[in-house]
Design a protein around this ligand. Sequence first.
Ligand code: 6PG
Length: 240
Amino acid sequence: MYIQIFKTKDDLNRVFTDRLKEIISEKGTITIALSGGSTPKSLFDYWAQLPEGEINWKKVKFFWGDERCVSPSDDESNYKMTKEHLFDFVPVPNENIFRIHGENDPGSEAVRYGKLLSGELETTNSVPSFDVLMLGMGDDGHTASIFPHEIILWDSPENCVTATHPVSGQRRVSLSGKVINAAKDIFFLVTGENKAEKVKEIIEQPDKAAEKYPAALVRPESGNLYWFLDTPAAKLLRHL
Ligand code: 6PG
């Protein structure tokens, strides 16, 4: 596990982007699972203002770690957020965008997307394996759309699961823990003081945290795990 703390989101976005460029140059074409919510917006805005050609977007196949079960035109949609902050500004071929169809029935979409991953991705021990997996973390310790009250979903034998937001009841489709942990490079991008307590618990007492928080169950089988934190999110960590 690698932990990097950044004074500004721009520093975080730049370092993550440099690592992404290295992975693309190593592998040629890469598969990436995007996280949703608000944190990725500044990263996507950063990518959108890069000089043309700095990243060859034709070499990137875009997937999602989770999606809200809403229309792709709904403000809650992770796809819509990504389109408005990234796809509307950079030349990503349509055939490189594999969105979760939030407008579909959640159960059947989880099956469809799970099968799609098996067809599109390399596998690690027969589990679909992303080259790069972005994750956020909620202040309750959830990641992707696996929440503490449904932590049992982490161990699903399926590639994708249906989940429910604990407050709004909003249905979600999410990667399961086995697909998350099969990824080659996992990046937790976590910013904001409201995440500091869970960051401390998960990094400093991982086994205790793993009993409660799905984010503490992110332990790649053979890949790398990077915690990219801004100063506020890291403020409670003992000096590393
Ligand atoms: C989602 C995300 C979710 C997100 C965390 C953190 O669909 O909401 O995938 O896991 O990463 O909730 O969200 P913020 O970045 O908005 O704090």
